[in-house]
Design a protein around this ligand. Structure first.
Ligand code: PFF
Length: 472
């Protein structure tokens, strides 16, 4: 094990790390994004590719990130610099840390706006506006809400202040305690909603939509979205899990904890899908409705079920908390770096990074109203209808995170010695089957998958040629 220690403190133990990392992983990505991008990409085939990416790319890269963080014990930028030095590799590896910091701030800039929607919906649900609402009613309420930039800005501001407040205090004090209570409660509410969805009559259509793969419905870009989402939902490729790993006690098993986190994250996403699609079909809504999907569907469920005001309010409260425990991990790499390299206090660092992110968030706020017709890359066919928000999402989730993940996989499998990686994974025998699998996945499969998908999307390389060759 490395003998470094982190100047920022440490988690109190394995459970605290699991909760914090699960808190980072489980967020808007699972409950808001997974259902709507699944809807946009035609369902089952997308879900299957996403699940394969989680297992073959996500889990090995999560192990890699935790390992790098725990060995480096610093912000991702300084960790990459220290570990590159240790391996006598190029100092340019620190730019991998930099790209993570930038990706984190870009993601948080739009993440906070959507979390603001969830905050607004806490109060809307509590006030009873959704009682007996119809599908059209819920859609028009949502449409009017996002058309108002001042409202979106106010909620975005509130959410950024909440994020800054926690990060300023340090992760351990408030957060560790909060997630311990919140994550289980979120699970319970999801199960209650699942019970509601199961009784809707359209449950089997929802199940079929999620689990019957129809590959004719998926494009190369859909495959890229599935892979990008695997990184996004597990918080990989930008140093969030790395920075959390840097606070991890030395004796915790990296493989086991990574698998637990990935499984919990996947379960939450699938349950969210099983709740939302039956409601979509039962109310004649469009699965491809886009980012507003859960805000247009769930209010219908809450508006009709007994105790809906209560459960609905609780649900959006929990969604806010899920987003909150993710947003702090999005900004933590930048904050840790400012503290380490510039000697600022956490409070100062959190405020500076918060203001930068808040300002960037204006681009997303305006994308839904005043600038909704501004499609800067409309000349390129995949971006024909993309607003600034869509482009930010695409750039981070589909490009920056997979490239970050690719480089992380290369670093642990080709730059670090197996001596060190075996020690960090607590493996004595280099022929250990689990270790060999991990090495194979990080050395060949994960990098190849990312490269092939990129080539395919850019049209340089046609993967169907390989499929056809294999299938005869
Ligand atoms: N994993 C979070 C979610 O699914 O909502 C989003 C996220 C957090 C992405 C942290 C990336 C990250 F580093």
């Amino acid at each position: 094990m490395s003998t470094r220690t982190s100047i920022h403190g440490a988690w109190s133990g394995r459970l605290a790390f699991i909760l914090a990392a699960t808190g980072s992983a489980v967020g808007l990505g699972n409950i808001w994004k997974f259902p709507y991008i699944t809807g946009e990409n035609g369902g089952g085939a997308f879900v299957l590719i996403y699940l394969i990416c989680i297992a073959c790319i996500g889990i090995p890269i999560m192990m890699a990130e935790v390992m790098l963080g725990r060995r480096g014990r610093q912000s991702p930028i300084n960790t990459m610099q220290a570990l590159a030095e240790e391996a006598s590799a190029s100092p340019y590896w620190k730019y991998l840390g930099w790209s993570g910091v930038v990706a984190g701030l870009l993601i948080l800039s739009y993440y906070s706006v959507i979390a603001g929607w969830a905050l607004a919906y806490v109060f809307r649900t509590a006030s009873g506006v959704f009682t007996n609402v119809t599908g059209d009613g819920a859609s028009s309420l949502f449409g009017r809400f996002i058309a108002d930039p001042e409202k979106l800005l106010a909620w975005h501001t509130l959410f950024m202040v909440m994020t800054m407040a926690v990060v300023a205090r340090g992760v351990k004090g408030g957060l560790e305690k909060a997630v311990r209570f919140l994550m289980p409660t979120l699970f319970v509410i999801l199960i209650i909603l699942l019970g509601y969805a199961m009784n809707l009559g359209e449950f089997s259509r929802g199940v079929a939509f999620l689990f019957n793969p129809d590959f004719s419905k998926i494009s190369a870009d859909g495959v890229l979205s599935a892979m990008g989402h695997a990184f996004f939902t597990l918080s990989l490729g930008m140093g969030a899990i790395m920075v959390y790993g840097s606070y991890l006690p030395a004796n915790v098993s990296i493989a086991k904890t990574s698998i637990i986190i990935a499984v919990m994250d996947t379960l939450v996403a699938l349950v969210a899908g099983l709740i939302i699609f039956p409601i979509v079909f039962a109310n004649g809504l469009e699965p491809g409705a886009g980012p507003g999907l859960i805000f247009q569907t769930l209010p219908i469920a809450f508006g009709h079920m007994p105790g809906g005001e209560f459960f609905g309010t609780l649900f959006f409260v929990l969604l806010v908390f899920a987003a909150w425990t993710s947003s702090i991990s999005l900004i933590e790499p930048a904050v840790a770096w400012l503290v380490e390299n510039r000697g600022h206090t956490r409070v100062y660092a959190a405020v500076v990074m918060g203001i930068v992110t808040w300002s960037l968030g204006l681009l997303t706020v305006l994308s839904f109203n005043l600038w909704s017709d501004f499609k800067p890359l409309s000349g390129i066919s995949v971006f024909e209808n993309s607003t600034l928000f869509d482009l930010l999402d695409y750039l981070t989730a589909n490009i920056m995170l997979p490239i970050g993940g690719l480089l992380i996989a290369i670093f642990v499998s080709r730059i670090m010695t197996s001596d060190i990686t075996m020690r960090e994974l607590n493996i004595q025998d280099s022929q250990h089957a689990g270790y060999r699998t991990w090495q194979f996945l990080t050395k060949y499969i994960a990098p190849a998958a990312v490269v092939i998908v990129f080539l395919k999307v850019t049209g340089i390389f046609d993967i169907t040629v390989i499929f056809n060759a294999i299938l005869g």
